[in-house]
Design a protein around this ligand. Structure first.
Ligand SMILES: C[S@@+](CC[C@H](N)C(=O)[O-])C[C@H]1O[C@@H](n2cnc3c(N)ncnc32)[C@H](O)[C@@H]1O
Length: 434
């Protein structure tokens, strides 16, 4: 064999661990540490704790040893805490998690939006465990063991086999073991994708994605699982999407409102907190029967329908065409004939053109990117009030700054404990025209 010279790869030197003190927790519940004029973010630590850390990247560090712990620190309840990484808040009680989140969101809003002080936030709490009614699980193939089912670590390609998840609904947890057994029987060639679980009505629902066509025996195995566990089963293969058992999904809101959706549609993950959030939004928006309301990023109508029951008219705009159709159908199903549902990209100025005339109030619930473009148009129409629901406090703070410059004053804000144990934050803000 011909021999080639191969240059030796430079050996990466692990930087030495060092001792330091955690100066703060940021809004992602990461500890902030300073070392040689640089700032690093570390999971699993709390402010004032003395720790030894190892640098892991430009701004990341990893806890190596806890030297002195914070009095609020508690033992994580989940046995997968160290592998999974999805619920890193567990070293604090849920009450303390919410307090830290509130402090950090308050700081973000003041830093980014120019307010020097904010009103006290309303803290909206609910179940801290077993609240997740929708979840997406990852699959991966291991030779000799077959397809595995678990959770993908946040911002990582690593996956962790989990047979019980403490934030997953108690209706969905018992499905993990039989699903895992089912997938192990499938060959690698089926190219199993992710699995979605919904704790919804009329039955809990499983959606399985595969990259090839299932044989009759494999389809029957899915149907058997669905019948034994009384769940609906939606199979998405490389050609089609087909209900193997059951045929629909919906959830309920107060007042008997029924919201149908299809697996894959966005729904709020925490049913109890979602209802409280809708109530809060209604309370702040206070729509009445001579007002025209705009609901932006409306999904399948989670806010649209409760508002429509009190307002003269609601114009709802959603980017996904199929979800807009579902919203229209939901409006008809619930006798909300005052809803106009439109599909359009709210990052495109044209989408709102013509729909802002005569708008009295606006509710918006954008994705993590926020709603800068849409709000520039909204502010020009001068609605009396804007209720902003946000899953990313940083983009929301940026957008509050925009509205402040355009003459809107922050009146109220709330932190909704939608994602207890995790670093995610749901915030609501009421702004009124000055
Ligand atoms: C956080 S969800 C809120 C949905 C709904 N308000 C609810 O409570 O269920 C955000 C929604 O905005 C939609 N969306 C994201 N980016 C969009 C865009 N650029 N234009 C229009 N809709 C968008 C998503 O499809 C999703 O349904």
């Amino acid at each position: 064999m011909v021999q080639f010279y191969k240059a030796k790869r430079p050996v990466k030197k692990t930087p030495p661990a060092f001792e330091c003190e955690v100066s703060a927790l940021d809004h992602r519940l990461l500890g902030v540490v300073h070392h040689q004029q640089a700032t690093y973010f570390t999971p699993d630590v709390l402010p004032t704790e003395r720790i030894r850390v190892q640098l892991m990247g430009k701004h990341q560090a990893k806890l190596v040893q806890l030297l002195q712990s914070h009095p609020h620190r508690i033992q994580p309840a989940c046995r997968f805490y160290h592998q999974c990484g999805g619920c890193q808040g567990q070293i604090l009680s849920s009450t303390h998690q919410l307090q830290y989140k509130a402090e950090q969101v308050s700081l973000l809003i003041t830093q980014l939006s120019g307010y020097t002080s904010l009103p006290e936030p309303t803290l909206i709490t609910g179940p801290a465990w077993h609240y997740r009614r929708a979840a997406r699980l990852a699959t991966w193939f291991v030779p000799n063991l077959g397809w595995q089912l678990g959770f993908r670590q946040e911002k990582s390609k690593q996956v962790v086999t989990v047979d019980n998840c403490l934030v997953l609904s108690e209706v969905l947890n018992p499905l993990l073991a039989p699903l895992s057994q089912l997938l192990k029987r499938f060959p690698k060639s089926l190219r199993v994708g992710h699995v979605e679980l919904y704790d919804c009505l009329p039955m809990p629902t499983i959606r399985l994605r595969v990259g090839a066509t299932l044989s009759q025996a494999q389809r029957q195995a899915c149907i058997d699982l669905a019948q034994v566990h009384q769940v609906s089963f939606l199979l998405s293969d490389d050609q089609t999407e087909q209900w193997l058992h059951g045929d629909s999904c919906y959830y309920m809101l107060d007042g008997g409102l029924k919201l149908a959706f299809i697996p894959g549609d966005f729904i709020q993950v925490n049913a109890a907190l979602n209802q409280k959030m809708v109530n809060l939004a209604l309370d702040w928006l206070d729509p009445n029967d001579d007002e025209r309301i705009l609901d932006l990023f409306s999904g399948v109508g989670n806010f649209t329908l409760p508002i429509a029951k009190r307002a003269k008219e609601v114009v709802a705009i959603e980017g996904v065409e199929a979800m807009t159709q579902r919203l229209s159908a939901n409006a008809a199903l619930n006798h909300c004939f005052n809803v106009t549902a439109l599909s359009g990209d709210l990052n495109d100025r044209q989408t709102l053109a013509g729909w802002l005339d005569g708008i009295d109030k606006v509710l918006l619930d954008p994705a993590r990117a926020g709603a800068k473009t849409a709000l520039e148009s909204v502010a020009k129409a001068r609605p009396k009030a804007v209720v902003y629901i946000a899953c990313d406090p940083a983009t929301m703070a940026r957008d509050i700054a925009l509205l402040r410059v355009k003459g809107y004053q922050l009146q109220r804000w709330a932190l909704i404990d939608m994602f207890s144990q995790t670093s995610h934050i749901e915030t609501a803000v009421l702004l009124t025209a000055t």
